[in-house]
Write a protein that binds this ligand. Structure first.
Ligand code: HEC
Length: 121
């Protein structure tokens, strides 16, 4: 019992440290839904596809999808290689349905959409 409460205090202190103790050095601004919603592909055709399919999840954090333009969330995914990512979109991946809800997209369009979401450009 006593040990349990000591552990609870230690955990609470560790959490406080994590919240307030890391003010050293510059850090990237946190990715936000608002920031992701402000982004769109420059190509109008691609932008239309993006808005009707990918954006409905990739601008809403609660879906579990990496937010568009959140390079920190995208870099480990991009490290898998673009071909793997395109395959994962086509087949569905985790909470993402097959084709990311763009049933008539081809591989080149998926690749362009992924590169846009990973960088915000
Ligand atoms: C219904 C919601 C939804 C839609 C629509 C959607 N995604 Fe996703 N996407 C997700 C979720 C959730 C994940 C994270 C899955 C995981 O890691 O478990 C994800 C992950 C990804 C990944 C990373 C896959 C990997 O291997 O790490 C790529 C690439 C991707 N989405 C591309 C797209 C593209 C392109 C579109 C539009 C054509 C799209 N998504 C539409 C929900 C969605």
């Amino acid at each position: 019992m006593r040990i349990d409460s000591l552990r609870a205090v230690a955990l609470a202190l560790a959490c406080t440290g994590a919240l307030f103790g890391c003010g050293e050095g510059p850090s990237a601004p946190p990715a936000s839904e608002a920031a992701s919603r402000a982004l769109a592909p420059t190509d109008p055709g691609l932008a239309a596809i993006y808005q009707r399919s990918c954006a409905s999840c990739h601008t809403v954090a609660a879906t579990g999808a990496p937010l568009s333009g959140d390079s920190g969330a995208w870099s480990p995914r991009m490290a898998k290689g673009i071909d793997v990512l395109v395959d994962n979109v086509v087949n569905g991946f985790g909470g993402m349905p097959p084709f990311g809800l763009c049933m008539d997209c081809d591989a080149a369009q998926f690749e362009a959409l992924i590169r846009f979401m990973a960088t915000g450009e």
